[in-house]
Structures are given as C-alpha cells and as structure tokens.
Write a protein that binds this ligand. Sequence first.
Ligand SMILES: *[C@@H]1O[C@H](CO)[C@@H](O)[C@H](O)[C@H]1NC(C)=O
Ligand SMILES: *[C@@H]1O[C@H](CO)[C@@H](O)[C@H](O)[C@H]1NC(C)=O
Ligand SMILES: *[C@@H]1O[C@H](CO)[C@@H](O)[C@H](O)[C@H]1NC(C)=O
Ligand SMILES: *[C@@H]1O[C@H](CO)[C@@H](O)[C@H](O)[C@H]1NC(C)=O
Ligand SMILES: *[C@@H]1O[C@H](CO)[C@@H](O)[C@H](O)[C@H]1NC(C)=O
Ligand SMILES: *[C@@H]1O[C@H](CO)[C@@H](O)[C@H](O)[C@H]1NC(C)=O
Ligand SMILES: *[C@@H]1O[C@H](CO)[C@@H](O)[C@H](O)[C@H]1NC(C)=O
Ligand SMILES: *[C@@H]1O[C@H](CO)[C@@H](O)[C@H](O)[C@H]1NC(C)=O
Length: 448
Amino acid sequence: MKPYSLPMKLTFCLIVLPGYFVYSQQANWTFTLPESIEASVNSTVVIPCTFSAPEEPGHYLVIWYMIDIYGGNNHSQVFNSEDPSEVSEEYRNRSALIGDGNNCTLRIKDVRYTAWYFLEISNNSFNLSNVEKPVKINVRGCLYRSSCSEWSFNFPRVINALNNSCVVIPCTLTHPDKALDSNLLWLERSPTRDIEVYNNKTLSNIDAMYTNRTSLFRIKRSSCAMTIQNVQKDGQYYPGINRIINAYNLDGKFVTVTVSDVPPKPVIKGAANLKASVAANITCSVAHSCPSILPLLEWNVPMNTTMTHVNLTRGTWELQSKLRYVPSFKDNNRSLKCTATFPNGQKSVQKVTLSIVAQSKRFVVVIVAVVGLGFLLLLLLLLFIYRRKKISHTSESNEMGESPELTYARLDRRTVSEDYDTLKVDYRGKSTRGIEYEAPDYENIQRT
Ligand SMILES: *[C@@H]1O[C@H](CO)[C@@H](O)[C@H](O)[C@H]1NC(C)=O
Ligand SMILES: *[C@@H]1O[C@H](CO)[C@@H](O)[C@H](O)[C@H]1NC(C)=O
Ligand SMILES: *[C@@H]1O[C@H](CO)[C@@H](O)[C@H](O)[C@H]1NC(C)=O
Ligand SMILES: *[C@@H]1O[C@H](CO)[C@@H](O)[C@H](O)[C@H]1NC(C)=O
Ligand SMILES: *[C@@H]1O[C@H](CO)[C@@H](O)[C@H](O)[C@H]1NC(C)=O
Ligand SMILES: *[C@@H]1O[C@H](CO)[C@@H](O)[C@H](O)[C@H]1NC(C)=O
Ligand SMILES: *[C@@H]1O[C@H](CO)[C@@H](O)[C@H](O)[C@H]1NC(C)=O
Ligand SMILES: *[C@@H]1O[C@H](CO)[C@@H](O)[C@H](O)[C@H]1NC(C)=O
C-alpha cells in the first residue's frame, strides 16, 4: 500500500474532480467523495471513494451506512467489511466494496429510492467518517411502475411568509382508493439530508426543530395542506407517504417558502374621485400567509367597517376592511390611514389623501334633466300600456272582436302541418279596425 502525499491528493481533487469533497477530521487522514450521484431506479450505482492515511493503516474496518430520513434519521448498514450479518436485510447481497488498498468505492445494485450514504473507516486508534456530509444518490423513477401514477400531490411552488408568523402550504392529494390510511409526511430538503417536518403517525420522527410547530390544515379529506408556526428561515418542502411515493421522487416538485422580515403594506382602494354626498366604499386589504392568526386592520377614523377574509389560493390570503363613507367636502385633503398589525407585532401603514369634489350646479342640472326625462318616458310607457290593455280588454268582452291579428298573424298553411288538432285558434271574425282579413279554413282547427 503506497500512501499518497496529502498535497498531491488535494491538487488531484480540486482540479480533476470538481464537486468532490475531501474530508479530514483527524490529522492526515482524508476522504475523497462526490457530493451527489444521479441514477435511475433499478440501476447499479458506484460511489467513488478514496482515502489517505499518514502511514500504513494496517487492519481497518469499513462500514457504509444509509441514512433513513423516513424513520427519524436512523442509520442502517449497507456494507460491513468485517461482519456482513450486520448489513440490513434490504442491502444484503446488493452491496460490495470494489477496488483495493486506499480505495473505499462502494457498488450498490438495483437502487430503489433517493437516499444519503456515509462511511466510517476505523481501527483501534482511528475512527473517521463523513457522517456530517453524506453522499446523496438521487434516484429518478418509481419502483412500483403502476401504482405511482395513481398518486399525485398538488401545491404551489412559492409562498411568501412573514418572519415569526405562520404559513399554510395548500396541498391536495390524489391517491388510489385502497390507500386511505397512509402515513402522510412533509419533508424539508437540505443538501446534506432531508428531514421530516411533519408525520401524521409517528410524531417522534419529526425533526426537533419542527416539533409542535407543524400540523395539518384540513379542509377536505384529500387535503395534505400543512401549517408551520413561527417560520423563521427559508425552506424547501415536499409531501409524500414514503421514500418512493413523494412529490420530489415522483415529479421533482417542492415548495419554496421564503421568509421576509418586512411585512406587506396594506392597499387602499376606492378613495379616488370622491364626490361630496355620494356614498363610497373604501377598502383596505392586506395579504398574509397565516389564516389561523389574522392580522389586525385599523383605520384612523372611527367608522363602521366590514371585514372579509379571502382565500386567494396558492398560499396567499387577503384580509379586507371595508369602510362605507359618505364624503363631505370638509374632509377634502384630510389623510386616511389604514394600519395592519401582524401576529408578530410588526405594523405597516398605508396613507391616502382624500380628494373630494363638491357637487357642481351643472352636475345637478344634468341629474335633474336625466331624472326628468326618465320620468317622462315612464309616463309615456304607462300611457301606452294602458291603451293596449284597454284594446285587448274590449276585444275579449266584445262578441264582434277587435283585434284578431294578434292571434292569427303568424298562422299560415305552410307553417301549420300535421299537428293541427293541437292548435287552438281564437277566432272572432273580421277586424273592425280596417284590416282586411280572411278567416282561416283549417279543418282540424277547433274554433272557440
Ligand atoms: C501530518 O503529516 C505531516 C507530514 O506529511 C506531518 O508533518 C504532520 O505532523 C502530520 N500531522 C499530524 C497532526 O499528525
Ligand atoms: C491504525 O491505523 C494507524 C494509522 O495508520 C496505524 O498506525 C495503526 O497501526 C493502526 N492500528 C491497528 C491496530 O492496525
Ligand atoms: C477505486 O476502485 C474502482 C473500482 O476498482 C476504480 O474504478 C477506481 O478507479 C479506483 N479509484 C482510485 C482513485 O484508484
Ligand atoms: C466511530 O465513532 C462514532 C462516534 O464518533 C461511533 O458511533 C462509532 O461506533 C465508532 N465506530 C467504530 C467502528 O468504533
Ligand atoms: C425494479 O425491480 C423490481 C424488483 O426486481 C421490480 O419489481 C420493479 O418492477 C422494477 N421497477 C422498474 C421501474 O423497473
Ligand atoms: C394521515 O394522512 C393521510 C393523508 O391525508 C390519511 O390518509 C391518513 O388517514 C392519516 N393517518 C392518520 C393516522 O391520521
Ligand atoms: C358598498 O357596499 C355595499 C355592500 O357591501 C353595496 O351594497 C353598495 O352598493 C356599495 N356601494 C358602492 C358605492 O359601491
Ligand atoms: C382556497 O380556495 C381554493 C379554490 O377556491 C380551494 O381549492 C382551496 O381548498 C382553498 N384553500 C383553503 C385553505 O381554504
């Protein structure tokens, strides 16, 4: 065994193999490993690995581990150079150390899902590991060819939240009928390893940073929406039910929650072009991400307001306060203020200056003219209807009849065919209003 000299090794890594990491926890012992490897399901993966020791390491033990993020970050053995019986059932006969000497390269046959791997090299006096920076094997594709397509997770890709507030990630789930009692999980992506932030069966698997901070926000049974309380840092999350059926594995999807220190400003609408004595609705609305603890909206004027809370979907909610206001010209140039106070105590304010125009005389004249004209038209219409009513009334009561054209005008031989007996014609003889008109002579028409 010919140990490499350290400086040579470093040069080799940095120049020839970018993306590889050199671990040196203990003086003069180093590892060289890739950061991540892309693979497709059921393929064979090789994790290239070399190490250097300051002198002949003699006899040493190599153990490769897999970090099981769907189980509270437990480690299970994938390879053991000394005792193969320690290797987990799942990896037995699928893993092997290839190469010799300072070569710790691992081969895994038939990879099934994305996971993180690290190794430990030790002898009586040394124990070296890359547990803090495991190698990620990204496995694309679904192991259960048919059933994966029956699952889908739908959620937005980006949600903005306010620091120390809560955020609801809307999510809907499509699943096969038989999978009603699945274990719903939400995970947070991380370069080193993903962590469980929500688990609806095994709470103990939830990462300590998220205990008692996550819950389901259930509207419907098929909902997988999650609430996170006290968000403080940006994060990337994805839902799933196991290592294979999850949004990231199935479609590469995740939601990015961005946390802002600056609260959104309220928006005032309806305060422009106000006219004295013409009632207006002025609204102040503010967007937020936390429907469980709403912001507070306040105006600088003591007036009755109506609150509405709207779900804008995609993770944004809007709280709105509506002010019914009858402008008075003396309020012209006064400032109207709306203040939003967020659950974390932060405030943001929006201000507008009221601009109210007095009703001009000309405007009043126009209004009067329009109303007058409308009244006149209405009068004419009533007169017309009255006349009509009178005519039809006389035609019904008078035996001689007066206006048969109303019932006969559109009836002729061409349009009336086999269905004669269903027709009832209201015939009462000739028009007395000078319209010459022949009584129809259809055999089957019942005369009344
Ligand atoms: C590491 O190796 C160098 C020589 O390659 C040696 O001078 C140094 O003392 C070693 N460091 C330790 C902590 O053993
Ligand atoms: C462990 O490794 C060190 C450093 O390479 C070596 O000096 C030592 O002899 C080894 N111990 C055993 C028991 O092989
Ligand atoms: C380690 O061993 C593997 C398999 O034999 C080989 O492909 C690779 O080149 C070796 N790496 C080094 C640095 O020797
Ligand atoms: C190496 O050290 C870690 C903790 O630092 C320990 O858990 C592990 O059992 C050790 N491995 C060996 C083979 O001694
Ligand atoms: C992967 O291999 C397993 C076991 O051999 C098999 O059941 C499964 O259908 C394979 N999946 C794909 C996508 O090839
Ligand atoms: C966990 O959530 C899934 C998906 O919503 C649901 O089907 C299952 O019944 C839940 N399980 C428990 C124990 O609440
Ligand atoms: C103001 O809102 C009320 C109901 O909320 C509505 O009836 C009224 O028409 C609105 N007024 C204006 C001027 O939009
Ligand atoms: C928000 O509204 C959308 C569509 O209107 C609905 O699908 C979704 O379930 C609602 N979300 C919540 C959390 O109410």
